[in-house]
Design a protein around this ligand. Sequence first.
Ligand code: BES
Ligand code: ZN
Length: 772
Amino acid sequence: MDFTGTLNDQMRGFYRSKYVCNGESRNMAVTQFEAADARRCFPCWDEPAFKAKFKLTLEVPSDLIALSNMPVVKETVSGPIKTVYYEESPLMSTYLVAIVVGLFDYIESSTSEGTKVRVYTQVGKTNQGTFALDVGVKSLDLYKDYFATPYPLPKLDMIAIPDFAAGAMENYGLVTYRETALLYDELQSSASNKQQVAITVAHELAHQWFGNLVTMEWWTHLWLNEGFASWVSYLAVDSLFPEWNNWTQFLDETTSGLRLDALAESHPIEVEINHASEIDAIFDSISYDKGASVIRMLQSYLGAERFQKALASYIKKYAYSNAKTEDLWAVLEEESGEPVKDLMTTWTKQQGYPVIYAKLNGQYLELEQAQFLSDGSSGTGMWIVPITSCCGSYDAQKKFLLKEKTDKMHIKEFTASQSSDGDKNIWIKLNIDQTGFYRVKYDDELAAGLVNAIKAKKLSLMDKIGIVEDSYALSVARKQTLTSLLRLLNAYHDESDYTVLSHVTSVCLSISKISVDATPDLNNDIKKLLINLLLPAAIKLGWDRKDGESHLDVMLRSLLLIGLVRLGHNETINEGVRRFHIFFEDRKTSLLPPDTRKAAYLAVMRTVSMSNRSGYDALLKIYRETAEPQEKSRVLGSLSSSPDKDIVLEALNFMFTDEVRNQDSYYILGGISLEGRDVAWTWLKTNWDHVLKTWNSSSLISDFINSIVSPFTSEEKAAEVSEFFACRMKPSFQRALKQSLERVRISARWIESIRSEPSLGEAVQELLRGAA
Ligand code: BES
Ligand code: ZN
C-alpha cells in the first residue's frame, strides 16, 4: 500500500522536534501515537485490540541515530542515506509503536536478567541520564518479580525529547520523555525534580506490563493502564527510596481524584468512548488518580499478598492480548473469594463518591452515606464502601462493608479495651490512613475528639492529611463553616512533616484566595493567621540546606517558602529578593540552590511592576541564559505571578514568542496571579483564534481554560465565559470548560456562605490572639 504522511509540527503522530547541537539548530523526527495517531504515520487498524507484529524498516540520513521499539538487525549505508532494519516485535497495539531519529549520546546498563537498558540524551549530556537509568534498571527488576513475568523485549531505551506534549509515553521498548521528566542534574535539579523523574520512569516502565503486554480492550478501560501504572509506580519508588515516604505522598493523587470527582461534570472511571476525539479528555485525574486510589482501596481490603498473586495471574492470563475491567475483577475474585466485582463496580461504573456522616448516639456509632458534591447538593449515588475505623488507638480497629444507605455499630465492637465513657481523650477515626476513596463528616463531638487527638499527636500522617482535606472540602460544599476549618487548622501549628504540611499549605492558599473576594476586610488578618501557622516550621528550616538533612525536609523548605511568599509574608519576600540579587550576580552562589530558587523567583515577581521591572527582566535573562529545562520551567512558572496587570500581560504574550516552546505554555498559565485574572481573560478572548490554532490539537488547550477561567468566583463571570464559548465549543476542551465553570459557581456559593458566617471575624481575632 502506498501512503504519504506528513512530518508535522503538532507534537502528535509523526512530528518534528527542534534542538541545538554544537551550536547548530537541528531537527529530530519523533512519534507520539497514543491515543489514535499511528494512522497519521502509516495506514493501520488503529485500535488497541488489533494487535500485530511490527517489522519496521527506516531510510534515514546516515549520520543520525534511528531508534524504534526493537533492536536493529541490519544496517546498509548508501551515501547520505542508510537503511535500518529492525527485529520483528511481539504482538502489540499500534499506539505503542515508536520511532525517534536524531543525534544523541547514550549510557547503558543492564537488568539482572541481562536486558540492555539505555538512556539517550542530548549530545554531551549523558551525566544527566544516570539517575533515570538507575531507577529504570531497578524498576524493571522489581516489576519482573512483582508481576512474576520477565520483561518481554530484548532491550529498553529511554529518551528525552525537547518538544513533547505529555510528560512521558510508554512506547514498547522505546519510552519517550519530556526533558524535565527524565533528566536529573545533581547541581541544577531540585528534590522535587528528582522525585518527578523517579515516579515518571517507574510509571512508564510499569506500563511495559500493565498496558503493553496486557492492553485495555478499548479506551473505556484506559484507567486499567493509567490507574494501575500510577499506583504501582508508588510501590516501586517506595521500595527504591523508602525515606521519601511515598505512600503518604500518594495522598496527593487521592486528593486530586476526590476534588475532581466532586464535580457534577466529572465522569465514571469506565466511560463510554464513541469517537477518537473523545479519548484525549479522559487522560485526567479520574483515570489516573481516582483509578490509582480505588486500586489502593481494593488492595488494602484484600491484603497485599493476595492482591499481588492475583495481579500476576491476570498478567499471565492476558499476556499479548487485551482485557477489560471485568476480566481483572474476575481474576481477583477467583483468587480472593471476595465479591470484588460487586464491590468495585460501584466505584468504576458510577461517577462520584460518598461522604460518610458519622454520628455518636449513646453507645452506637451511626453511619450514613450520601454522594458528595462540591456544590453542596447530594447526588443519588450509592456505593459498597469498605469502612475501616479505629477508636482511641490504632490497635482497636474494625472493618466492614457498608452496603446500605445507613448502618450502625456498637462502640464495644472495637476489639481492644479503651478508656471509660465520657473521656474527652476518646477519638474515633474512620477511613484509617485514607485507604478508602471517600470523605467523612463527623458530628461535633467526634470532630472535637479528633482535634484533641491531633494536638496530642495520636494520629498517623495520613489520617492528619485526611482530616484537613475532608474538612476543607466540606467547607467548600457549605457543610461546615470556614470558621470551624480555621479552628481545625490551628491544631496543626506544631506540625513539622512535609507530607502533612503540603496539604495544610494548599488548604491555606485556597482560603487566602477565597477570602480576597469573600471577606476583603478580613483578608489581611486571615493571611496573618495562615502565615503564623506555617512560620514556625519555616523558621526552623531557614533558607540554607543543612548537612545530612532529609529529602523530605528539603522538599518542606521549598514548599513553606513558596507558601509564605504567596501569602505575602514580607520577611520571606525580602529575603528571597536579597538572595536573588546575589544569585543574579553569581549563578554559582550557594545562597540560592535549585530547591529554594522558585520561592525567590516568586518573591521577586511580587515586587515587580511596570515602573520597577528590573526583576522581571533579570528573570528573563536567566531564562535565556540557562540550557536546563527544569530551570527554564521555574522561571516560566514565576513570570506571570506579578500583582501588576501589565506585567502579567507581558508574560502571557511572551508565551507566543518562539522563545517558549508550545509544550511549556502551561507553566506560564499555572503562575497567573489573582490580580492578573481579569487581564488574562481579556487576553484569552483577544487571542483565542491563535490559541486554538496552536494548541487545539494537543490536550494542552484545556490548560488555557482551566487556568484562566477557574480563578473567577462570580455567577456573572461564569455567564460571561459561557457566552463567549457558546459559539466556539470544541470537543477538545468541552469537558475542561464545563468543569471550570462549575468551579466558578461553587466558589460563588462558597463566598455567599462565608459572608453569612456570624462569628468568622471574632474567631479570626481570637485565633490571632492565641498565636501571639
Ligand atoms: N500514556 C501516558 C502518556 C499519554 C498521555 C499519552 C496522554 C497520550 C495522551 C503516559 O503513560 C503517562 O501517563 N504519562 C504521564 C506521566 C506519569 C508520571 C503520570 C504524563 O504524561 O503526565
Ligand atoms: Zn501512563
